[in-house]
Ligand binder design. Structure first.
Ligand code: SAM
Length: 275
């Protein structure tokens, strides 16, 4: 949801302190403006603590990094929106430790948000292409200027064969509500020597619907691993959802439907051409 301009002005005022677990506004606001600010800070998870020593909105998570992302897009996630939970720094570090990105390595981030993974992957030497469905977040990614390419699109609509080569690394924290679908689709963009690293909700470990069960079987065949992330890993983004980290390596002729696998499939078009 968009941050109203009056609230944006208050939150970006140089006198406003956004640090650790609190937002402190040490200047007078008129009643209507205060109520607007209060409503949004509460929606994000803060609660007003009026004690003399505090006098701030206090959050159950370190709010600085998260507010920076919100202010960059001038929006904040409500629980009804698309599941925008920026990946906290510690989780990104863990992903990068598995990724072993080397200078010039091609990397795909297919649900890139405002670049919590993109920026650090570029700093490691990755050449990163990213996709984001939300126009405002895609604009922020472009303005950051770190990714080689920013595609504003529904990732699930993109055809792996429209990209000439697979990526050496796919790093992703997809929307939790459709995580399995996103990861399976992302495999089509993975090079046969590539590695895919994804944050998934822990529910993917026990959901018994057919798609999730088949997904777990596929990962087992490919000898991928699901490692639980510490509880509260996503607290900095305002959710207590439990998460796991999937790491899976592709190999030529292996079980994953990689970019190479897609290329090897007979194309429908060609079959018609022969008829
Ligand atoms: C859990 S957030 C993670 C954001 C980013 N990966 C990060 O780590 O900060 C999921 C992101 O996926 C985006 N998204 C949701 N559905 C998408 C789709 N079908 N195609 C591309 N991006 C999508 C959302 O807008 C949101 O920014």
């Amino acid at each position: 949801m968009e941050i109203p301009s009056g609230v944006y002005d208050v939150l970006t005022d140089p006198r406003t302190v956004i640090a650790d677990d609190r937002v402190q506004i040490p200047f007078e606001l008129d009643r209507a403006r205060y109520e607007q600010v209060n409503k949004i800070l509460k929606e994000i998870g803060g609660r007003w603590d009026g004690r003399k020593t505090v006098r701030a909105h206090v959050f159950p998570f370190p709010v600085q990094e998260f507010m920076r992302a919100c202010l960059a897009t001038r929006e904040f996630p409500t629980r009804y929106e698309q599941g925008w939970y920026p990946t906290p720094t510690r989780v990104v570090d863990e992903m990068l430790a598995h990724a072993g990105i080397r200078e010039g390595m091609s990397v795909l981030e297919p649900s890139a948000g405002t670049g919590s993974i993109v920026g650090p992957a570029v700093e490691c030497g990755g050449v990163v292409d990213c996709v984001e469905i939300d126009e405002r977040r895609a604009r922020v990614l472009r303005e950051q200027g770190t990714a080689r390419r920013v595609v504003h699109a529904d990732f699930l609509d993109l055809d792996p064969l429209d990209c000439p080569n697979g990526y050496r690394r796919v790093l992703m924290n997809p929307p939790f509500s459709a995580a399995v679908q996103h990861v399976k689709h992302a495999m089509g963009f993975l090079h046969d020597d590539g590695t895919l690293i994804a944050v998934l909700p822990e529910s993917g470990m026990w959901h018994s619907d057919r798609a999730t069960v088949e997904f777990r079987e596929l990962i087992a065949l490919a000898e991928g691993t699901f490692a639980p992330l510490p509880d509260e890993s996503f607290a900095p983004s305002g959710t207590s959802v439990r998460t796991v980290l999937l790491v899976v390596d592709a190999e030529a002729g292996g079980p994953l439907p990689t970019h190479g696998w897609h290329q090897a499939q007979p194309r429908q078009l060609d079959l018609f051409a022969l008829a």
